[in-house]
Design a protein around this ligand. Structure first.
Ligand SMILES: Nc1nc2c(c(=O)[nH]1)N[C@H]1C(S)=C(S)[C@@H](COP(=O)(O)O)O[C@H]1N2
Ligand SMILES: [Mo]
Length: 509
């Protein structure tokens, strides 16, 4: 069922009391109302917080506004979450249109209704049109256009000149800082780091294939105590279970003190793209991408982890016996450091490879929390025999970045094989063997050994070489292997000889 069908169901379920919103100009025609009266979003008085901050509605400073919106949202019958797991699955992540997400934005009227369309505009403007995954392993530093994007909300459009952020909470002297002040090197030292940002949803589709799970998804601060946490708030609106929030996450203060949290306005020497958080984002080294808050509006020093839903209710790791009936927020542990992980980027799953006894494999390896990939190993037989990637075939090591690797894997066998990769980090951590070894209800951090299936056609074997030549002579393509050949597999003479040599098929006595 896709989002559109689930939307239709929602409409039906609501039966006779349902009224479509087409007569209200401001509201999207597809919005389904629960009430007889027509909701008026403009009566909520929502507006952008500051001039020059398009797309930014502040929620966290106005608890009353949040409450009012929560009540208001009950007037709509939004479509349910699309079911995309208990259905025949695609190989890669399914594309969901985000019908519900768009409707939330429409429902709130002028302050937010254009955000989905505007966000899409920036996707098209700032991202490579194809986002080919193979380019990711072409160079150790990913081009900005190819860097992955993950947003919970829309993309705000903030003028750098109008921009500032606040530092507050458990600080001696709260401050509001402009970009100009932040860029003043006599106040704030600059640093540049090679850092990998990895979403905890990377390779999630592998866990979904195994079992379906939950598809939801410092500046001038005096000296906060060691037990404090640094909360980061973003300008985007985050809808969760009928409520509105600004994106908020946190990292322990000690992480910031260790100089492993930066405020970034450039990415690879270029201004930060809007889609990645312009004018200013946080980068938390070695943590899951979710903590690297974009479009920063506020740094808040607090004495617990952030109680925003992203920190408190999401990005939690349960064991595989925990599911819908027994998951609670407090029993999951918070995913901060990324575990050691790796992936094969080429060949691709189900590739059919004609080779000379070696298959070239390429990919990435990464470990969070300041660890780095030390050894990468590849297997051609599902993980019994491992070959080590030569250190010469790995890119430079950094405390907080991935390493790309390649190996010419010796492969004698023919037919379907399982290629596997695993990485060892400097703390001797390695990856769980199978997806199920580390499967978890929220489908996060798929760090098990990455496995793909390929069909091996080994030309160093004389028979195979002869067969390939034969196909070539006839002008018949050898691939794909599933295409039935026009010709017989064997001539009459060869068959008769073969049968005699083997003593026939059915015995006489
Ligand atoms: N303000 C804000 N910051 C955010 C998010 C968001 O939705 N809003 N998504 C987070 C998640 S889950 C990830 S993985 C990273 C992705 O960063 P990127 O889009 O720049 O690659 O941003 C994080 N920062
Ligand atoms: Mo993420």
């Amino acid at each position: 069922m896709d989002e559109l069908t689930s939307f239709a169901n929602a409409r039906e379920m609501n039966g006779a009391t349902t009224k479509m919103a087409e007569d209200i100009e401001i509201l999207h025609p597809n919005l389904v109302l629960r009430t007889k009266e027509t909701p008026d979003p403009e009566a909520l008085g929502l507006e952008e917080e500051f001039p020059g901050w398009h797309g930014y509605v502040e929620w966290e400073r106005y608890p009353e506004r949040k409450k009012e919106v929560k009540e208001y949202m009950k007037k709509f019958n939004f479509p349910g979450a699309p079911e995309f797991q208990l259905v025949p699955l695609p190989k890669a992540n399914p594309i969901l249109e985000g019908v519900r997400w768009k409707q939330y934005h429409y429902a709130l009227g002028n302050a937010t209704k254009d955000i989905p369309a505007e966000s899409w505009f920036f996707v098209e403007k700032e991202k490579a049109p194809d986002m080919i995954h193979n380019r990711l392993v072409a160079t150790p530093i990913t081009r900005n256009e190819d860097h992955f994007v993950r947003n919970h909300g829309g993309i705000p459009e903030i003028d750098e000149d109008a921009y500032f952020f606040d530092v507050e909470g458990l600080v001696n002297c709260p401050k509001r800082l402009t970009m100009k002040e932040l860029k003043n090197e006599s106040i704030f030292p600059r640093q540049s780091n090679v850092v990998t940002i990895q979403c905890s949803g990377t390779r999630r589709i592998e866990q979904i294939h195994e079992y379906p799970g939950d598809g939801d998804e410092l500046i001038n601060a005096p000296d906060p105590s060691a037990s404090n946490h640094v909360e980061f708030l973003g300008a985007d609106t985050y809808f969760k279970k009928g409520e509105v929030f600004n994106y908020a996450v946190s990292a322990p203060w000690r992480k910031a003190k260790a100089n492993e949290v930066i405020l970034a306005w450039e990415m690879n020497g270029k201004p930060l793209p809007r889609i990645h958080g312009f004018p200013l984002r946080v980068v938390v080294f070695g943590y899951i991408g979710a903590r690297s808050c974009k479009w920063l509006t506020r740094i808040n020093i607090i004495n617990t982890e952030s109680t925003g839903p992203v920190q408190k209710k999401e990005y939690l790791y349960y064991n595989s016996q925990v599911g819908k009936h027994n998951a609670s927020y407090s029993s999951g542990f918070s995913i901060q450091d990324m575990p050691v992980s790796s992936a094969i980027m080429s060949p691709l799953d189900k590739d059919q490879i004609i080779h000379d006894g070696k298959i070239k494999m390429r990919g990435w390896a990464y470990s969070g929390g300041g660890h780095w990939p030390v050894r990468i190993e590849a297997s051609g037989d599902g993980g019994s025999i491992w070959y080590e990637v030569l250190y010469q075939n790995m890119t430079d090591k950094y405390y907080h970045a991935w390493r790309l690797w390649e190996i010419d894997l010796p492969v004698d066998a023919e037919g379907w094989l399982e290629l596997v990769v695993r990485c060892w980090d400097n703390a001797l951590n390695t990856q769980p063997t199978y997806v199920r070894s580390a499967w978890n209800w929220d489908l996060h951090v798929t760090s098990s050994c990455h496995r793909i299936k390929v069909y091996s056609i080994n030309k160093t074997r004389p028979k195979i070489a002869a067969k390939l030549k034969h196909f070539e002579k006839l002008g018949v393509p050898f691939l794909p292997i599933t295409q039935p050949g026009e010709m017989d597999l064997e001539g009459e003479e060869s068959y008769t000889q073969g049968m005699v040599a083997r003593g026939g098929r059915d015995l006489l006595e």
